[in-house]
Ligand binder design. Sequence first.
Ligand SMILES: *Cc1c(COP(=O)(O)O)cnc(C)c1O
Length: 392
Amino acid sequence: MSELRPETRTVHLPQPPLEGSRPITVPLYQTSGFVFDDPAVFADGMNRPDGPFVYGRLSNPTVRSLEEAVAGLEGGVGAVATGSGMGAINSVLLGLLRPGDHVIAQKALYGGTAGALNDLVARFGVEVSYVPEDDPAALRAAVRPSTKLVYLETIANPVTQVADLPGMCAAAREAGLVSVVDNTFASPILCRPIEHGADIVVHSTTKYLGGHTDVLGGIAVFASDELHRKVWKYATGLGATADPFAAWLTLRGIQTLPLRMERHCANAHELALRLDAHPAVAAVHWPGLPSHPSHALAAKLLPGFGGVFSFDLLGGRAAGERFMSAVRLALLAPSLGGVETLILHPATTSHKSLTAEELARHGIGEGTVRVAVGIEHVEDLWADFEQALSRS
Ligand SMILES: *Cc1c(COP(=O)(O)O)cnc(C)c1O
């Protein structure tokens, strides 16, 4: 190769082979495509999610490492990583539903998911019925000949209702329906919905799996190869699949997931108890508190109650707004699941599109404050909350 000219040398860079050693960490394969020695292998990779690597939109070794990691944690047979949580949710819904199909969804849904379902109704004539997340009889009663899919969330936002996954997934299975569970708030450390009968688990990996507020991503995990292949085909065609750098950051986050979840849950527990006893607070919504409507179910299903809770101040909306401008350590910001404690006001932000009546149905008050607890020292967080409460 010594006779090559600079214009050629700069294009074809050296790639030293690995001889007798390999990287400790998962390498970032920042390439859009792969080179083949054998044309037959090239053709094979185009057609399946577990084939040889061909082109970045179809598969990438860093992305597949993330898919295998999360499939393993969730007890699934395979996964499709996407550019965001909504990428995973829309790939599942659009990949499995046809015009005229009927969906049964729980009432309390992540805002983006509620929007995606409304869009399917308006654009494709999909019909949606809403049932409580813990009522298998209501699910059975809602089944129609055209029903295809049941959509649940392990822990809902922001008043943290817990779904009766065993009851709801069993009812879905009896009726021959595919059950999809958004497990973002629990993470596979607190819940593995496939063990409770779910067919597909979706995550916004932007939240706990990534865990450091520095990457967007999503993933869908499958209990069967058939569903995996179907959604992989749709997601790759749609162009919703994950970027390798985002997958690499998410893998790095996952390595500390169990440790972080332990601290998120412990901090949430302590803050929820102290807020519940505070004279300025009307109610705290966290499934770990015996007063929460989902407490018995949560205690049965989850080894920890999660790092998100919300609370209502006696002073209503004005008090909530004063609290949010008075906190210093907790940051007023969207999202959750990162190392920092974040707070927001659902009525004017995440749930802004709901009417007063819908807000009430979701259990969200005018003054409800949502807290996504980070992994800071709990006494520093409490000192911040206490000084903010004294001003609200
Ligand atoms: C954030 C979130 C989503 C959407 O994920 P993105 O990564 O923002 O697209 C879906 N479901 C739940 C429960 C979420 O919290």
